[in-house]
Design a protein around this ligand. Structure first.
Ligand SMILES: C[S@@+](CC[C@H](N)C(=O)[O-])C[C@H]1O[C@@H](n2cnc3c(N)ncnc32)[C@H](O)[C@@H]1O
Length: 505
């Protein structure tokens, strides 16, 4: 049995990344990581995994069966644990627990410390109330001293683990999510805005934000441990490193990212339940939840329009290397803000683009298209992509940008069949997606994104060969996967039709 070498993903606090990188992790993935570790512990996944190197590895299916849990959910946890280096996988996709993690979790004292941390997730989600009241919050008829818990986690020098590895694990398990929630809260309650406006005393900050001074003191002291603020002679100010990250556009961007993270908090806290039973706490397949989420999400997508427009343009230029786009009929399915279709519309003055999405989402697309002066060539097509008939041999290019990951895996073959039918004989399908590597153990950001898709009753992320396999089944026998800066581009077509072999320069 050949085991891959151990790869550790550096902790924000352990390998001195820049403050900007740390802030990025705290705002997004830190709470995902804590939820992953908590769910793995409470489901008994760590205990069920065979210990390397003595026990024989187990498949995802065998482990899911042993836990009485969903295979997809168990896989979503395992692939992340593998990427983090806590779990190993052999060539037959059998999993074992790393011996050092096994030893750590066998320590009864450490295990008890982790268990004691678990119930704090939901009370921590009410840090805003604790700050407003300056005291404990009531959850399930119990009183939870959330501010006291923050003090214990971050400010109590006596609470240190026995080894660097234990400290590292505990930090990811407990403090990661606590950092995300703290940032969500100070963003939402205007503390970051107030600090950006200039140095001030605690009393003045309390007056501006209408929050408890005692609560603010704890929060600021925790923020000081993160290198975000500092105190001098009773006056609190952003640190020189933090100021450019917490002002103006950078602050607005961060607060938006935090607001997205906050929408997953409840579901992350109950991840074990979802992995066990596929009961989805934030169920985006529920029409009402989906309408609300995506109506809100399209504003988020609009906010990152410029970045995605650049990706779209790169894809257009890449395709234009092998086929002209004059008079091309393009269909953008799951268009969101319209950004990918708009990139095609801007390719030539004669390219015609059809924008397909739920009607509530399409309402916001026109403004973006007008701004780019391509609205007059736009056709809007509202519908449900799970059942819609896109026609026969109607389009030169069909784009599926960032949409497959929201679909349950069983709906992909049917969608691909309808898309293939709607493509002209020499038509090209263009998929922009987070494509996993062939071992399905990275990239890390993609895996966290995939975990959230599972949690919300949406799709699975696939590798390039998994996509190629599905596309071959509907006659799109040729495909290439090209890396864009933050995601991947898959181009697929019928045999004999040229495809680009590299991204446009
Ligand atoms: C993650 S967004 C991607 C938006 C855009 N393509 C982009 O790359 O920015 C997924 C889009 O798929 C749409 N969508 C999801 N399920 C759908 C369905 N059943 N029918 C139509 N549109 C759907 C959503 O409304 C949303 O706009």
């Amino acid at each position: 049995m050949k085991l891959p070498s151990l790869r550790r993903v550096p902790l924000p606090t352990s390998s001195s990344p820049s403050l900007a990188q740390s802030l990025h992790i705290w705002a997004r993935n830190a709470s995902n990581e804590s939820a992953l570790l908590r769910a793995s512990l409470s489901l008994g996944l760590f205990q069920a995994l065979p210990r390397e190197p003595t026990s024989a590895p187990l498949s995802v299916e065998a482990l899911a069966h042993q836990l009485g849990a969903s295979v997809r959910g168990t896989r979503a946890l395992l692939e992340l644990l593998l990427c983090m280096g806590l779990v190993r996988m052999d060539d037959a996709r059998g999993y074992t627990l790393s011996s050092s993690i096994a030893a750590l979790l066998d320590d009864a004292g450490f295990h008890a410390r982790l268990q004691a941390e678990r119930p704090w997730w939901h009370p921590m989600g009410r840090l805003d109330e604790a700050l407003q009241q300056g005291g404990p919050v009531v959850e399930d008829a119990d009183s939870w001293d959330v501010l006291g818990h923050y003090r214990e986690l971050f400010l109590d020098p006596t609470k240190v683990s026995t080894s660097a590895e234990a400290e590292d694990f505990f930090d990811r398990f407990a403090r990661g999510a606590a950092r995300t929630q703290l940032l969500i809260t100070v963003g939402r309650l205007g503390v970051l805005d107030a600090l950006a406006s200039g140095p001030q005393s605690l009393t003045r900050l309390g007056e501006t934000t209408k929050l408890s001074v005692e609560g603010l003191r704890v929060v600021l002291e925790v923020m000081a441990t993160l290198g975000l603020v500092r105190e001098e002679a009773g006056v609190w100010d952003l640190t020189a490193d933090a100021r450019p990250l917490l002002e103006g556009k950078a602050l607005a961007y961060l607060v938006r990212a935090l607001s997205v993270s906050s929408r997953y908090w409840e579901a992350l806290g109950r991840l074990d339940e979802t992995v066990r039973t596929e009961h989805f706490i934030l169920d985006l397949k529920d029409p009402e939840t989906s309408r609300r989420f995506y109506a809100d999400n399209s504003q988020q997508i609009t906010a990152v329009f410029a970045t995605h427009f650049q990706l779209g343009r790169k894809a257009v230029e890449t395709l234009a290397q092998v086929r002209p786009l004059e008079r091309a009929q393009v269909l953008d399915i799951g268009t969101g803000s319209g950004v990918w279709g708009a990139a095609f519309a801007r390719a030539t003055p004669t390219t015609q683009v059809t924008y397909f999405d739920q009607d509530v989402v399409l309402e916001q697309v026109r403004t973006n298209l007008e701004r780019l002066k391509v609205a007059e060539r736009a056709r809007f097509w509202p519908g449900d992509l799970l059942t819609h008939d896109f026609g026969e041999q109607a389009f030169d290019v069909i784009v599926l940008p960032q949409v497959l990951n929201v679909l349950r895996p069983e709906s992909l073959p049917g969608l691909f069949a309808r898309v293939s039918r709607a493509l002209k004989p020499d038509g090209v399908l263009l998929i922009a997606e987070y494509v996993l590597n062939e071992r399905r153990d990275g990239p890390l950001e993609h895996l966290y994104f995939g975990l959230r898709r599972f949690m919300t009753n949406e799709g699975d992320l696939l590798s390039a060969s998994e996509y190629a396999h599905l596309l071959k089944d509907v006659g799109l026998t040729a495909s290439v996967c090209l890396p864009l800066p933050t995601q991947e581009l898959i181009l697929a077509t019928r045999s004999g039709v040229p495809l680009p072999s590299r991204l446009a320069a």
